[in-house]
Design a protein around this ligand. Structure first.
Ligand code: ZN
Length: 633
């Protein structure tokens, strides 16, 4: 048994010989026991340990005292009321846990967890309940399957993380310092990637791709810089699932990284989906494969999920907490408590400091904070967007107008975020009788991501949660939302002569089914193209938005020219904060930071934001370029 310091200390407080084995699950400590009585009646002792050591501690049964699988499954199915609609039950013998999938997890958990405790007491298995998505999702099914299939590996992997955290300092205590190096997203949007270093820790924060660039020296994070060494990497922290934040992660696994990636559960699922799609796009375009499906699978195997505001050690001197950033489902701001309070660093990643149809605004109160790193996507003085409500009304008017004349509305979307906002907006309009029912075609990946939203409603804002939990009215389940899953179905949508709305990826029209729809719909003036997300320079979306009306596509050597006769609009709406919201966030932020770094914005916007924050808040501001390192402490 691993007899390292913290476990030795804990064992002193437990009855002698009660514990047969101890293991880490990341920063959490799990004890196993063969003593039935101690197992049933250990609550006080374990709670004492949690209070004393401020760590998560769990007691599980040794396999020798657990009920047999078949009998246990039967007991569980009998004990959980039918109303919970239990689906798959998976036993993880390696960890003495049982995963129960249910349509209504609350019912399966019982009041204050009483049903779970009863199952535990009777079967000696430790139950965990997961929500089954209301829209069936093969992807979620596959991810849960991959984790389950590799539970033996996962157990060892999680134990290894614990050892890295608790075995003491590896690199030797030296003078304390904290520094951050920009490997991407310095004065640009795309390829977000930062290396956080302390004398003891090497942590990579995000690892994205600039999809608007074909040039490998511009598209990928600069990992060949002297600061970065993949062998030294202790952990990766992923803020959210957009490709410009996670698109290069599987590459790390391709080149041998086998450490943890910390993120929320929805981020893991959406990232896996977008990464698999990215592999498909690379294959389809005959591009150099920077990674393959197997590397995405390795990524999934190494994710350690965190809830919002769950504090966890990730190395001997860094503690991580994720907070809601209001940007897309599961998107987080990452708070690092470094050197036991020596320095507190908050990376907001992409944040929305305002209510959206789906999410609550970004959190702005933190226990401690010295350095803030904030995005500057809409950081320029003139990047003030009209109120969201006005834009929603404009969207409605435009959709209605197009529908009335029998046209089709095409919306390029990122897959996650605006697509689901638009679905919720349309559902609300139809439900309240403001808009006639027209089919809303939700193409491939957008549909899958919507399904992920139905698996994690606890990450949505209070309004939607109320609709789903109390009224049983899940807006995503409206019958006129239609899934388009294949080229054949896509063709049927295009051949259908009636009015409709089509939501398809990619958001900047660089690849994805939206390009196919566009080619068919562009020449008809009855149709409408509505942009709703950021269009990076060089992307097809950016070109159309800036007036190009003759687009040439290449099929091998044969060019095809498409005339853009459809109406083109842009919604001045975003899942990012506009200039006003950024400044407002700074104003409301507590405690006040001493230093502010700007990233993720065009150069002029980053510089403009840096200078305004400096003037308004009297703090040091910096907008580093790629490859620059800032010493935080
Ligand atoms: Zn994003």
């Amino acid at each position: 048994m691993a007899q390292i310091e913290i476990i030795k200390e804990m064992l002193k407080l437990l009855p002698e010989k009660a514990v047969s084995e101890a293991a880490f699950e990341g920063a959490n400590i799990v004890f196993y026991t063969k003593d039935k009585e101690f197992f049933q009646d250990s609550n006080g002792a374990i709670r004492g340990l949690v209070q004393e050591f401020k760590k998560r501690v769990e007691l599980r049964a040794d396999p020798s005292i657990m009920m047999e699988l078949e009998a246990a499954e039967k007991v569980i199915r009998e004990m959980v009321p039918a109303e919970a609609a239990v689906g798959v039950i998976r036993f993880d013998s390696q960890r003495s846990t049982v995963l129960i999938e249910a349509e209504k997890p609350g019912v399966a958990i019982g009041k204050q967890g009483e049903l779970l405790r009863a199952i535990r007491g009777k079967t000696f298995w430790t139950p965990v309940v997961r929500r089954m998505p209301a829209i069936k999702s093969n992807l979620i099914e596959n991810i849960r399957q991959v984790l389950f299939q590799h539970s033996d590996y996962r157990r060892k992997f999680l134990d290894k993380i614990g050892h890295r955290i608790y075995d003491g300092w590896q690199r030797g205590k030296k003078q304390e310092w904290v520094r951050i190096t920009f490997l991407g997203a310095g004065r640009q949007v795309g390829r977000s990637c930062f290396l956080l270093q302390t004398p003891e820790s090497r942590i990579l924060i995000d690892c994205g791709v600039n999809v608007a660039s074909d040039d490998p020296t511009e598209a990928f994070p600069i990992l060949d810089c002297p600061e970065f060494n993949i062998q030294d990497l202790d952990a990766v922290v992923l803020s959210h699932a957009h490709i410009d934040h996670c698109g290069f992660l599987p590459y790390l696994f391709k080149y041998g990284y086998r450490g943890p990636v910390y993120c929320t559960e929805p981020t893991r699922d959406i990232a896996a989906l977008l990464l698999l799609d990215y592999v498909k796009i690379m294959k389809g375009d005959n591009r150099t494969m920077i990674f393959d499906v197997d590397d995405v699978k390795e990524f999934v195997k190494h994710v350690v999920t965190l809830e919002f505001e769950e504090v966890t050690d990730i190395t001997p001197d860094v503690r991580l907490t994720l907070y809601n950033s209001g940007h897309i489902l599961g998107a987080s701001m990452c708070h690092f408590n470094i050197g036991n309070g020596l320095h507190n660093y908050l990376y907001t990643a992409d944040l929305k400091f305002g209510r959206t149809p789906l999410l609550d605004p970004a959190v702005c109160h933190f226990p401690r904070l010295e350095t803030l790193m904030i995005e500057g996507t809409y950081g320029g003085k003139t990047n003030v967007l009209p109120p969201g409500k006005e834009q929603d009304e404009f969207l409605v008017a435009t959709v209605m107008e197009t529908v009335k004349r029998g046209g089709k509305v095409l919306m390029p979307v990122l897959g996650s975020g605006r697509a689901q906002d638009v679905m919720v907006l349309i559902e609300n309009l139809v439900r309240t009788g403001q808009m006639p029912k027209v089919p809303v075609y939700v193409d491939g990946m957008v549909w899958d991501i919507t399904a992920i939203h139905t698996a994690y409603p606890e990450f949505l804002n209070a309004n939607i949660r109320k609709l789903i939990f109390h009224k049983d009215e899940n807006p995503f389940l409206a019958e006129y939302f239609k899934h388009v899953g294949s080229a054949k179905e896509r063709k049927e949508v295009l051949e259908d002569t009636g009015a409709c709305v089509i939501l398809a990826t990619s958001g900047m029209m660089v690849g994805g089914p939206v390009v196919e729809y566009f080619k068919h719909l562009a020449e008809n003036p009855l149709n409408t193209l509505i942009f709703s997300s950021y269009q990076a320079e060089g992307s097809l979306g950016h070109r159309i938005l800036h007036g190009e009306r003759e687009i040439v596509f290449r099929h091998g050597t044969r060019p095809e020219m498409i005339k853009v006769n459809m109406e083109v609009f842009r919604l001045e709406i975003t899942d990012h904060s506009d200039r006003k919201q950024l400044m407002n966030f700074l104003y409301k932020l507590s405690p006040r930071p001493k230093k502010v770094l700007i990233n993720h914005g065009e150069a002029s916007r980053c510089l403009d934001l840096a200078s305004s924050i400096h003037k308004q808040n009297k703090v040091e501001t910096i907008a580093p370029r790629n490859l620059e390192t800032v010493r935080l402490k």
